[in-house]
Design a protein around this ligand. Structure first.
Ligand SMILES: [Fe+2]
Ligand SMILES: [Fe+2]
Length: 371
């Protein structure tokens, strides 16, 4: 799982918003209290009994095939640090270092959030739904590996995410199963497209590879792709989750929430993308278009992301978000700040409503070959 709306997943508006220890790699020290915003990666919980009772028969063969792929554990030997990491952290200038460490923190939190959810699901449904439980256990294995690998890179910068503290102190958002499916499916697929886009860009521009962790993205993103395929198959096993009027509305809502959150967050930390030689807006546009297209394989509708008005409205959200951050950064009592923020919150609500009401595209028209 990646930047879950997250993921993934999905964040950064200045200071780190997750508990971290700061110090030398050998002696991490001070704990930074978490500050959650709508843009930080979320932790989820769900109705475990409903998950356990889920009838998989409508798509059991595909789920069994996916589980068999998970059992093969293709990346068992992939996440092994090599000598390239030695001294790599020291080569970054202070500005790049700052934005890169923020990226590591956010990614690690997202991966860890996926691990916790999948692990808990596998544990709680083991007796009643062994196939589903096994799939979740394999995915938890992958996410633990991803989070651990990121955390080791953070240690290169003298920081460590305190995962125990995070588990105990982070607020958990309750979603009923079908909402978990939408959110995690999108988080996995958007994670896949995010990682592969960076990997392919750096393949062409090796001079922008600021840290060796990017060499691992190609195989890594295949894990996320398989996780996304699992949720695709799971929704097809529960066809009511992707059928009918209400489901169409919810799919639109989740697509919009994930895309808008990622766009606002990534533009706010555009310096990180600049350090890789990427333009945050162009990068996000590519990731959104690809994820939207992929989602049409299972969601009944997708968004009209080719419509120029979609991007104009996302830019208005960016503008409002910058204004909100400016109010936050200024001095003054909280109630006055809230008063100053009110028009921007209202404007964001208005833009989101307009985005939500834009005519969607029926997936049959978009992905006829696979539907
Ligand atoms: Fe994943
Ligand atoms: Fe992951």
């Amino acid at each position: 799982m990646v930047p879950p709306a997250a993921t993934a997943s999905t964040s950064v508006q200045g200071s780190p918003q997750v508990p971290v220890s700061v110090g030398s790699p050998s002696a991490p020290a001070v704990k930074d209290p978490a500050k959650d915003t709508i843009l930080t990666p979320r932790f989820y919980t769900t109705d475990f009994d409903a998950m356990a009772a889920m009838d998989l028969r409508p798509n059991e063969a595909e789920l069994e095939a996916i589980c068999e792929e998970f059992r093969k554990d293709y990346n068992r030997h992939h996440f092994v640090r090599n000598e390239e990491f030695e001294g790599a952290a020291d080569k970054l200038d202070p500005e790049t270092r700052k934005v890169f460490v923020e990226f590591l923190e956010q990614s690690c939190t997202s991966e860890f959030s996926g691990f916790l959810l999948y692990k808990e699901l596998s544990r709680r449904i083991k007796q009643k739904n062994p196939l589903l439980a096994e799939c979740f256990a394999h995915m938890a294995r992958d996410e633990a590996r991803h989070a651990g690998f990121l955390n080791k890179s953070m240690a290169d910068f003298g920081r460590q995410l305190d995962l125990g503290f995070l588990t105990a102190n982070k607020a958990y958002t309750y979603f009923k199963p079908k909402f978990i499916f939408y959110a995690t499916y999108l988080s996995e697929k958007i994670g896949y497209w995010r990682y592969i886009a960076i990997y392919r860009h750096l393949e062409k521009h090796p001079e922008s590879k600021i840290f060796p962790i990017f060499n691992f993205f190609e195989n890594w993103c295949q894990d996320e792709n398989r996780h996304g395929d699992f949720f695709d198959a799971l929704m097809k096993a529960q066809p009511d989750t992707v059928r009918g009027f209400t489901s169409r509305l919810w799919c639109r809502f989740f697509l919009l929430a994930v895309f808008a959150t990622m766009y606002v967050r990534d533009v706010a930390r555009k310096e990180f993308y600049e350090a890789l030689g990427l333009d945050a807006r162009e990068y996000d546009k590519e990731v959104i278009i690809k994820t939207n297209e992929t989602s049409a394989r299972v969601f009944p509708v997708v968004l009209d992301v080719e419509n120029p008005r979609f991007w104009v409205r996302l830019e208005r959200l960016v503008h409002n978000n910058e204004a909100l951050s400016a109010v936050d950064a200024a001095d003054g009592p909280a109630p006055i700040k809230a008063l100053h923020k009110l028009p921007f919150w209202a404007a964001n609500g208005f833009e989101m409503a307009k985005l939500f009401l834009m005519a969607p595209i029926r997936s049959e028209a978009f992905q006829p070959a696979v539907r």
